[in-house]
Design a protein around this ligand. Structure first.
Ligand SMILES: Nc1ncnc2c1ncn2[C@@H]1O[C@H](COP(=O)(O)OP(=O)(O)OP(=O)(O)O)[C@@H](O)[C@H]1O
Ligand SMILES: [Mg+2]
Length: 205
């Protein structure tokens, strides 16, 4: 099993969007996939409930009250962390993970908050020793905007160039409503969006 913790204490940066779409990619690739939802808002668990039986199944693990058991047959576990996570809870979830995905939005507020969080978690031994790598994902990026350029410059300055850059599109919101990911969609527009995830998926694999 490979386990990915999607975390950033900043609310609304795309943790659940990244979690559900990563899970969708793994499930479409034929891997036995689960999402452990550690957020009491249960966004990921509710997304799984909305998921059609025609789509590759994704197992939902309720970790809202604490970390639970993971069945041995799971190939990929995606852990969706809550906003405003306490250091202790982050460390508990980190124990369950092989890698961390940190979504960041192109906004000064989000960038500063994310770098402060990175600074904190980089003092933790598994991260400091690079046993558990942190992949930054630039999310909701609009191509050729000043915000996109300044996010990239900002991350480069901290040696955290994004592993993947995910554009802003209603396809994510529309798919989420149906318990689907962009990987459950067909057509050239969906394929172009799926391609943006390839570097992150390669990184994880
Ligand atoms: N790339 C994107 N394009 C368009 N909309 C997006 C994208 N990423 C996220 N969103 C939207 O932004 C909102 C917040 O995203 P999401 O719920 O994934 O963030 P979160 O970090 O899980 O939030 P929370 O901290 O509350 O758990 C949602 O409405 C989601 O649909
Ligand atoms: Mg969420």
């Amino acid at each position: 099993m490979r386990s990915i913790l999607v975390a950033n204490p900043k609310g609304g940066c795309g943790k659940t969007t990244i979690s559900t779409n990563l899970a969708g990619a793994f499930a479409q690739a034929g891997l036995v996939t689960a999402i452990a939802d550690a957020d009491t808002l249960r966004n990921s668990l509710n997304w799984i409930e909305r998921r059609s039986g025609n789509l590759p199944p994704i197992h939902g693990l309720d970790w809202t009250k604490g970390i639970g058991k993971v069945k041995k047959n799971i190939d990929r576990l995606v852990i969706d962390a809550p906003a405003a996570i306490h250091a202790k809870d982050f460390q508990s979830l980190l124990k369950m993970a092989d890698a961390i995905v940190l979504p960041i939005l192109p906004s000064a507020f989000d960038q500063i908050a994310a770098v402060a969080f990175l600074g904190k978690i980089e003092t933790l031994k598994p991260i400091r020793k690079n046993r558990k790598p942190v992949a930054v994902v630039a999310n909701r990026v609009r191509a050729r905007t000043r915000a996109a350029r300044s996010l990239l410059e900002f991350l480069n300055q901290f040696n955290h160039a994004p592993v993947a850059t995910i554009r802003e599109t209603v396809i994510y919101t529309d798919a989420a409503e149906a318990g689907a990911s962009v990987f459950d969609r067909r057509g050239s527009a969906a394929r172009a969006i799926q391609a943006e995830w390839a570097p992150l998926i390669t990184y994880i694999d």
